[in-house]
Write a protein that binds this ligand. Structure first.
Ligand SMILES: Cc1ncc(COP(=O)(O)O)c(C=O)c1O
Length: 436
C-alpha cells in the first residue's frame, strides 16, 4: 500500500518544489495528496485538509467538481490540443465571446496565453509595442509599491515584493513604482493619486503603462485599498496617454464580491489579465484582453512589421478552454455572487473576534478574501510557518504570507466548513499570543 512517507521520499529524490527552501523539508513533511473533493484534499493515509487558499487561489467550485469534470472528459475525446496560429477551435472561440460579454465594455479582443506571468509579459509587450506602432518610444512601466505580477523577468520587474525580486535586480527591465494607498480609506486613495498625478506630469512621455492589482494586492500580504484609487488611476492614465493594465489574475471571477475588481469602480482598463479562477482551478490558461483601439494599431500589411509576434505552445488549449467554459456556466446556473455575498458577511462576522487578540494588528476583507495581519514578531520567527504547521495538524490548509493569515476558500465552502477553517486559524493565532 502507498503511504505518505513513500511518496514523500520518492518526491524529494527528484522534485525541486516552487517557492520553497528545500532544506525546510528535512523537518517539515511534504503532504502527498491522493484526491480532492469539494473543499477537501485527502492524503494517502486518509487525512483531510480544508483547502482554505483554493490551491494558490485557483479553485472556485471545489476539487473534482462533477460538472467541470464531465466537460473536460467530453473535450478530451474530441480534441486535446491544436496550435492556435492559423488554426482555431470551438472552445477557444466560445470562451473568447463569453469573456468579451462579461468583462468591462472596452475589452473586445482576447489574446490567449497559458499562465498568469506570461499574460503579464504579453500585456507589457503589447502596451510598449502599441506606442511604438504609433511612433512613440515609451520604455518605462509604472506599478504600485508592494505589488506582485508574477515571477518571469518582465512580471518580476513590475512587481515590488523584495523577497522575490531583489536577487534578480540586475536582470530586470525599466520600471518605477508609485505608492499604493496605505489602507482602505478614501483619504489614502486620494493621497496616492496625487503622487501618481505628479509622476505622470513629469514622466508620461516615457511611460507605456501603469499596471496594478485592482483593490487587493495578493502576494503583497492581501493589502487592500479603496476603489476610488482605480477611478482616479483610470482618469489620469487616459489624460496622459498611458495605458492602464488591470491584473485581475487573482481578483477576477468573483473573488472581490463582483465578477471583476474593476467593476467596483466601473472602469474599463486598456488591458486586463486573467488566469487562476478562469478554468475553475483545473488547467493552466490565461488571457490578455484589450480594446479594439489597441488591436487596430497592430493590424496592417505584413511587411509593415507591426504584428504582435508573441506565442506559447499551449496557448488556448482546448481542454483548458472547456474547463473555463464549464466554470462560466456554473456562474450562470447559480447566483454565485449573491451566495458569496452571504458567505462574505458570515466570514465578516466571524472575523470580529480576531481583532480582539493582542497579536492581531488588523483584520480586513473584500468579498471572499479575508486577512488577519499579526504584529509583534520578527521575520526570523517565521510565524506564518508555525500557523501553517498548526493548520495542517488540525486539517486546514492555511498558507500565510509572512505574518498575514488569510482565507480565500473555494466558493462551494459550507458554513460549517467556514467555521472549522476560521476556528482553527483563531486557535493557532491565540496559541501564539499565549506563548508571548
Ligand atoms: C496578481 C497576480 N498576477 C500574476 C500572477 C502570476 O500568475 P502565475 O503564478 O500563474 O504565473 C499572480 C500569481 O499569484 C498574481 O496573483
Amino acid at each position: 500500500m502507498i503511504d505518505n512517507t513513500t511518496i514523500m521520499q520518492r518526491d524529494l529524490e527528484v522534485i525541486w518544489h516552487p517557492c520553497t527552501q528545500m532544506k525546510d523539508h528535512e523537518t517539515l513533511p511534504l503532504i502527498p495528496i491522493k484526491s480532492g473533493k469539494g473543499v477537501f484534499l485527502y492524503d494517502f493515509e486518509g487525512n483531510s485538509y480544508i483547502d482554505a487558499v483554493s490551491s494558490w487561489w485557483v479553485n472556485l467550485f471545489g476539487h473534482a467538481n462533477p460538472f467541470i469534470n464531465e466537460r473536460v472528459k467530453k473535450q478530451i475525446d474530441t480534441l486535446e490540443h491544436v496550435l492556435l496560429a492559423g488554426f482555431t477551435h470551438e472552445p477557444a472561440v466560445e470562451l473568447a465571446h463569453r469573456l468579451v460579454n462579461i468583462t468591462p465594455k472596452m475589452l473586445k479582443k482576447v489574446f490567449y496565453v497559458d499562465n498568469g506571468s506570461s499574460a503579464v509579459e504579453a500585456a507589457l509587450k503589447m502596451s510598449y509595442h502599441y506606442h511604438l506602432n504609433r511612433g512613440k518610444h515609451k520604455s518605462l512601466f509604472l506599478s504600485l509599491t508592494n505589488s506582485y505580477h508574477g515571477e518571469t523577468l518582465g512580471a518580476l520587474s513590475v512587481g515590488d515584493v523584495s523577497l522575490y525580486k531583489e536577487t534578480y535586480a540586475p536582470l530586470l527591465i525599466a520600471n518605477m513604482q508609485v505608492p499604493v494607498p496605505k489602507d482602505q480609506s478614501r483619504k489614502a486613495a486620494r493621497e496616492a493619486l496625487s503622487v501618481l498625478q505628479k509622476v505622470l506630469e513629469s514622466k508620461s512621455d516615457d511611460i507605456a503603462a501603469l499596471i496594478l492589482e485592482p483593490l487587493i494586492q495578493g502576494a503583497g500580504g492581501m493589502h487592500m485599498y479603496h476603489s476610488e484609487y482605480l477611478e482616479g488611476a483610470r482618469r489620469l492614465t487616459t489624460a496622459f496617454d498611458v495605458h492602464l493594465i488591470a491584473d485581475e489574475i487573482m481578483t477576477g471571477f468573483g473573488r472581490t464580491g463582483k465578477m471583476f475588481a474593476c467593476d467596483h469602480a466601473n472602469i474599463s482598463p486598456d488591458f486586463m489579465t486573467l488566469s487562476k479562477g478562469l478554468t475553475g482551478g483545473y488547467l493552466p490558461l490565461s488571457v490578455v484582453m484589450t480594446s479594439d483601439e489597441v488591436y487596430s494599431a497592430f493590424y496592417c500589411d505584413y511587411n509593415e512589421y507591426k504584428a504582435f509576434l508573441h506565442s506559447h505552445s499551449y496557448t488556448g488549449n482546448p481542454l483548458a478552454c472547456s474547463a473555463a467554459l464549464a466554470t462560466l456556466e456554473l456562474f450562470e446556473q447559480n447566483d454565485v455572487l449573491a451566495e458569496n455575498e452571504k458567505k462574505s458577511q458570515y466570514i465578516k462576522d466571524k472575523l470580529e473576534r480576531f481583532s480582539m487578540l493582542e497579536n492581531v494588528k488588523e483584520v480586513r476583507q473584500q468579498g471572499m478574501i479575508a486577512a488577519v495581519e499579526l504584529q509583534g514578531y520578527d521575520a526570523k520567527e517565521r510565524i506564518g510557518l508555525q500557523i501553517y504547521r498548526y493548520g495542517l495538524q488540525q486539517g486546514v490548509l492555511l498558507r500565510p504570507l509572512g505574518h498575514v493569515i488569510y482565507f480565500m476558500p473555494p466558493y462551494v465552502i459550507s458554513y460549517k466548513e467556514i467555521d472549522r477553517m476560521m476556528d482553527v486559524a483563531y486557535e493557532g493565532i491565540r496559541k501564539l499570543e499565549i506563548r508571548n
